[in-house]
Every structure is written in C-alpha cells, then in structure tokens.
Design a protein around this ligand. Structure first.
Ligand code: PLP
Length: 399
C-alpha cells in the first residue's frame, strides 16, 4: 500500500497562505453548477471580430507555431508602438520599450517582480481589481490602499481624498498601481486627478504602473488619458494593456507592458523566466487587431453603452442602487435595500435561487466589511443574455 505523503504547512510557501481563492472565478464555477447566467466574470459571451479570428487561423496555417521572440513578435510590438502614438501621442521604441506577455495579468506581475523589493510599498485604489493584492504579495511589496468613495449623487463620480493619497506615498513607496478605466467602479480618472498623481510620483520619486485594459470602453464622452502622456511621467510609467477586452479574446492571453528601456529590460528578464513568451500565432493576429479602423473602437464603446443602459434599469427596478460606470464593462451596486447581512449571502442567493452570478463586493476590499453591501455585475454579454437576466431579476425579493 502506498503511503500518503502528509503535506503540511512547512511544504508550502508562506506567500500563498495570504491568498484567498479568486472569488470571481469561484462565482463562475458556481454559475456553471447552478445553470446561472454568469454576470460575474468579465468575459464576453459573443464572438470576436471575424478578421482577427481569420488572422489567427492564417498564422497557424502559415506555421507560426514556434516560440516568438521572448519579448514579443516584431509585428505586434510595432503595432503597439503605432497605436500608443495614435491614441495617446506617446512615442514608443518597439525595440527597447515593449514586452509582450501572456495577458496583461502577466505583464502586471512581471512588472512588480521587476521593480519591487521586500519592504517596498505600492499604492492601490480601493475597491481594486482582485489580482493586485496577490501580485503585490508575490513581488514582496505591501499594498497600501486609498479609498475610492462612491458617488453621493445618482449620476456622480467616485472620488478620493487628496490628503489620504499624499499620505500613502510616504512609506517606502515604490509605485502606484492605477487602473483607468477602472474595474470594478467604472471610474475614468480625470486629467486633474492624474496630474495630482503625477505631482506625487515626481515629489516622492515613485513609479506609476497603469493598467489600461479598458482604454477603449468609454461612455458619456469620457476621455481616457494615459498617465504616461503627462509631462514628467513618460520615464517613470509602465503602461499595461492587452487584447483581451478591446477585441473580446480573453482566452488568447496576449498583453503587454510599455516602459522606459531600463525597466523594460528588467521586465523582459522576469517575463522570459516566467513564461518564455506569449502564443506566437495569436501575437500575429494581435498585430492585425491593432490595425482595425477607428470605427471599430467607436462601435465597441457604443455596443457596451447599449448593454450598460440595458442592464442598469433592470437592476434598479429589482431594487439595486447602481453606480453609473463611465468606462469598462461592470456596474457596482449597493444591495442595502434587500436586507441581507452580507454580500456573500446575497450572491449565494442570487446564483442559487434566482440564477444570476455576480461578484460579492468584499472581494474588492482589504477589509471584507467595506464591501459587504455591494456586488458587481459584468455586462459584456449578448442582449439576449441580458434580457434573460432582466427576466430572472423580477423574481428577486427584498427580505
Ligand atoms: C483591471 C483588469 N486588468 C487585467 C485584467 C486581465 O487582463 P488579461 O486578460 O489581459 O490578463 C482584467 C480582467 O478582468 C481586469 O479587469
């Protein structure tokens, strides 16, 4: 009889102990278990653009099947540099300032591993995209959270306290992690807010690491500004982006980091040892994707606006208080009206008994109680999916 090896704490990394399982992916599993509509995880349930699917198929047929250059296929790096110039007016050297990674997820962790030392801190706005917590821990850095406060008026904006942000920069701070347009709040940071961050980065000699994965998904005339485009920030910013959201290909795992050469060099080394490279044929298709005409991006934002304006009234009718997003494809809601003691209990009821998966708000906060009366819905879904969700929401009762 084989002896069962008793794995104990001493066999595991201390780092992992601080991780909880991804709540978002757990909700996706529950959605499958209960046959619920998955408005939890942010992936589209509709097809990617035909021309980029064909480009991927052609690349495989043309035998682009071996490792690409570790820091990214030349065609894609050139396209990334071209797009950064076109959209943000920033000159990027594709040979020395771009690293293509396995999704922006890898670009973020590779960047943090490349710049952080034990004892460093990173400033993160809260509520935050759940990966930033574990990313910081893996890189040895400690996240210091700055609150984004919910709008006080029905169509108002999420705000933060300038003094709280300034204070957060004063603790062996290596970087601020910024995400605009923001997940989960839908906030699009304004030029004035970015200028304040720029001033603090310069004053305290801090880097900006900016996740701009939703850059093309904007509503109500909101404008996306890359912090790298502000005076003084070009050489202290790592700009992270990817194909996942803009081209509806979250499973392709292609993203990138743009940074000044010295940082790029460091990120390239980490990336090489982490993953060697992103999928070669999909990088070629990515180069085609980044060449889509401006009408594509306009159409994308308009389609998402229609979906936002489809889901929110249904949520409001059911009793949610919604915070109107200006970008990205999520809506944060307040669930106080339903009388549940916390978000986990509410999300469990919604997925099991109503047939809709959402993300409990506590997963976006360091202290679960801060998000215990919030849940987030994703609206990157077909109109039929949202129609069905609206129908199911009619069954939701207050307690
Ligand atoms: C803010 C943010 N960054 C990154 C990602 C993941 O991007 P990728 O698929 O490029 O790894 C997501 C996905 O939900 C996200 O919301």
């Amino acid at each position: 009889m084989t002896q069962v090896f008793p794995v104990s704490k001493q066999h595991l990394s201390d780092k992992v102990e601080h991780f909880t399982e991804s709540v978002i992916r757990e909700m996706t599993r529950q959605a499958m278990q209960y046959g619920a509509i998955n408005l939890a995880q942010g992936f589209p349930d509709f097809p990617a653009p035909e021309e980029i699917k064909q480009a991927a198929q052609q690349a495989i047929a043309a035998d682009v099947n071996q490792y690409a250059i570790t820091w990214g296929a030349k065609n894609l790096r050139n396209a990334i540099a071209r797009q950064m110039k076109e959209w943000q007016g920033i000159d990027v050297d594709p040979e020395r300032e771009v690293v293509v990674c396995c999704g922006s997820t890898e670009a973020m962790i590779a960047t943090l591993l490349a710049v952080c030392n034990k004892g460093d801190e990173v400033v993160v706005f809260e509520p935050f995209y759940e990966n930033y917590g574990p990313d910081s821990i893996l890189s040895g850095a400690k996240p210091r959270f700055v609150s984004l406060r919910p709008p006080q008026t029905p169509r108002g904006e999420w705000t933060f306290d300038e003094q709280e942000l300034r204070e957060a920069f004063q603790h062996h701070t290596k970087a601020i992690i910024l995400n605009t347009p923001n997940n989960p709040t839908g906030k699009v940071f304004t030029r004035k807010e970015l200028e304040l961050m720029r001033d603090l980065c310069v004053e305290y000699n801090v880097l900006a690491i900016t996740d701009e994965i939703y850059e093309h998904i904007l509503y109500d005339g909101a404008q996306h500004i890359s912090i790298a485009s502000l005076d003084g920030m070009r050489d202290r910013t790592v700009t992270i982006n990817g194909l996942s959201k803009t081209y509806s290909v979250t499973g392709w795992r292609v993203g990138w980091a743009i940074a000044p050469p010295a940082i790029t060099n460091a990120v390239r080394k980490v990336h090489d040892f982490l993953t060697v490279g992103a999928p070669a044929p999909l990088q070629e298709a990515g180069a085609v994707a980044l060449g889509l005409p401006p009408t594509y991006y306009k159409g994308l934002a308009e389609k998402y606006r229609t979906r936002r304006d489809h889901l929110i009234p249904a949520l409001e009718k059911a009793g949610f208080h919604c915070y109107l997003p200006r970008g990205a494809y999520y809506v944060m809601t307040d669930i106080s009206a339903f009388g549940f003691s916390n978000d986990i209990e509410f999300a469990g009821h919604l997925v099991r008994d109503i047939g809709i998966a959402c993300v409990p708000g506590s997963s976006f906060y360091k202290h679960p109680k801060d998000g215990s009366q919030q849940v987030r819905f994703a609206f990157c879904k077909k109109p039929e999916t949202l129609d069905e969700a609206a129908r199911r929401l009619e069954n939701l009762q207050r307690r």
